[in-house]
Design a protein around this ligand. Sequence first.
Ligand SMILES: C[S@@+](CC[C@H](N)C(=O)[O-])C[C@H]1O[C@@H](n2cnc3c(N)ncnc32)[C@H](O)[C@@H]1O
Length: 252
Amino acid sequence: MDVNEQEGNKIANLEAFIKENFDTSAGSLRGIEKSLLSHLMLLVRPKTVVEIGTFRGATAEFLCNTLAANEISGKVFSFDFQEMIDEALRQRPGLVRYQNNKMLEFVPGASPDSLALCLRNSGIKIDLALVDADHSYSAVRPELELIFEALSPNGYIFVHDYGLANEGTVYAVEHFLASHKHARGLPFISDKSITKDSNKPLVSSSVLIRRAPYPLRRQKSFWYRSKYLLALARSRSSLFAQLFLFFKRLIQ
Ligand SMILES: C[S@@+](CC[C@H](N)C(=O)[O-])C[C@H]1O[C@@H](n2cnc3c(N)ncnc32)[C@H](O)[C@@H]1O
């Protein structure tokens, strides 16, 4: 096989991969959201991926396909009720292969309890999480707390269905961000909102959460402030101005 033929094969494989994996009709994620997820996977090269809400397994299979295609030795934990997991396995036989080679583990039960138990028993660090099960405040808020506590320094939480139609998810994310000064949120507009009704205003349909990637400003110590203010006062002309400035800034 010559170089041109090899290149042609690579492109054909890539096109087949995109056609199979970015199909917008499979699962609840749109193609553009899957694209974002796959880019995050390339960036983070996750050892552990958590998906809350398996449904028919389309995204679980997509996550495993992306790990395998990029030779990332990660594992996907996918959470849903046992009946739904059984249904996903019936509909997508490809999932069984990933279960057998330990790239995929289904965790049955109701989240957030099943998530809390799994994290406690396994002690895993999460590199990438997809929150997409029960969209109520009472489910999403504790899921975010549990995942953030186990999130690795460069990890991401992808919260799906964050938009006007899911107020519970929106409030859970907003309250979570407001109470965690080390967390950052980045809303992501997907084509879901655009294709459904072009007259509607664009609303975000997912949000990314991660740890603040830079150190937060520390409160300056009393001695640091005093030395700074003395230096500042010395640079002023009159003694009165120096003392006035010094005491004014000291008590501010
Ligand atoms: C929107 S679907 C998930 C779609 C899937 N992530 C995908 O991309 O194809 C939501 C799923 O969450 C599951 N679910 C709802 N509440 C749950 C809970 N408390 N614990 C676990 N799974 C739950 C439902 O059974 C359903 O299969």
